[in-house]
Design a protein around this ligand. Structure first.
Ligand SMILES: Cc1cc2nc3c(=O)[nH]c(=O)nc-3n(C[C@H](O)[C@H](O)[C@H](O)COP(=O)(O)OP(=O)(O)OC[C@H]3O[C@@H](n4cnc5c(N)ncnc54)[C@H](O)[C@@H]3O)c2cc1C
Length: 303
């Protein structure tokens, strides 16, 4: 039987790995992607609430950690496809897409630091319009819509930050929010209140998008029937937790996050979780690293 397996090379996995190394606990560490950093690669602004980043963006922070002690021992391009609880441990399938080889082995403990991914968004008409008006990133694609009328969908930090970014580019912005309130942090909500170029539509959803000439976006249709003439639609509708197939299915919360106790252990014995995958409350670097450190220490004490 193999020993301890850490899954995921985002900030939670990096924190767990560093603590295990410090405590001289042997472990194997895998990351599905070819690079370290996970969600940091989606953070283009200076990291807020994370002075350790020295004013760098997530992308810059991730790049600075490549080839450093932080990622020593990490096997990239290796994905945990499945975990089955068996007598005496966890039977794990490891997939290496580069070689199409799947290997199986039993581990005594597994720590899942598998994070979240952007939630899929399927609305009639979008299929052919990605990159032709329907976009995910205001940072990456916003410049192409400077000075135009645009809509941003979502009510969390990413959506409000995106709406503010587009307003700063001279756009008239509709922010389309499904609920009755915003989920964004106070600093974004305050900035929004001070930005007249953004009009918020609460309790509203985009039900269809319409292509105009040259197969580019021309309108979005809202659930109240209104049609907004926009050139750009930025979709920032949140994230979903990422979990491999696990048997038996562990206890999850209503959003599909892995429920863990204070030591990080899930309802499947010897299967731990750390970082964003465990709760929407653990969604900033401070909370991610504090929780990952606690889990790593609990795992060390049970070695
Ligand atoms: C747009 C944006 C802006 C943000 N801004 C800030 C900010 O200003 N300040 C702040 O504190 N926080 C910010 N955050 C949040 C912060 O980046 C995250 O909380 C943190 O990076 C999450 O770390 P994690 O390790 O839990 O998950 P992730 O970073 O998602 O890492 C999970 C890793 O696991 C890997 N993985 C998944 N499944 C498998 C598998 N089956 N096998 C192997 N590997 C797998 C993934 O490839 C990934 O690398 C922001 C996030 C986003 C998206």
């Amino acid at each position: 039987m193999s020993g301890l397996l850490v899954v995921g090379g985002g900030m939670a996995g990096i924190t767990v790995a560093a603590e295990l190394r410090r405590a001289e606990v042997a472990f194997t560490w895998v990351e599905a992607d070819s690079r370290l950093g996970g969600a940091l690669h989606r953070v283009f602004n200076p990291l807020f609430g994370w002075p350790e980043g020295g004013g760098r963006s997530g992308v810059e922070l991730a790049a600075s950690m490549e080839d450093s002690e932080a990622c020593a021992g990490l096997e990239r391009g290796c994905r945990v496809a499945s975990i089955d609880a068996v007598a005496g441990g966890l039977h794990v399938g490891l997939e290496r897409p580069a070689t199409s080889v799947v290997t199986w082995s039993v581990w005594s403990r597994v720590v899942l630091c598998t994070g979240t991914r952007p939630r899929p968004w399927e609305v009639p008409g979008t299929a052919g319009l990605w990159g032709q008006g329907v976009e995910l990133s205001t940072h990456g694609r916003g410049a192409a819509y400077a000075g135009e009328a645009v809509a941003v969908v979502g009510g969390g930090d990413a959506a409000v930050e995106g709406a503010l970014r587009m307003a700063a580019k001279g756009c008239a912005v509709w922010l389309i929010v499904r609920g009755a309130t915003l989920r964004a942090s106070p600093r974004f909500v305050e900035a929004l209140a001070a930005t007249p170029a953004i009009e918020v539509r609460y309790r509203c959803e985009v039900t269809a998008v319409v292509a105009g000439s040259q197969d580019k976006l021309s309108e979005v249709v809202l659930s109240d029937g209104e049609r907004l003439p926009v050139r750009g639609l930025f979709v920032r509708v949140g994230v979903d937790p990422v979990l491999p197939s696990i048997r038996p299915v562990p206890e999850l919360d209503a959003g599909g996050y892995l429920r863990v106790d204070e030591t990080g252990e899930s309802s499947v014995p010897s299967l731990f979780g750390a970082g964003e995958v465990t709760s929407p409350e653990v969604s900033q670097l401070r909370a991610v690293t504090e929780q990952a450190l606690r889990v790593a220490r609990a795992v060390c004490s049970g070695r």
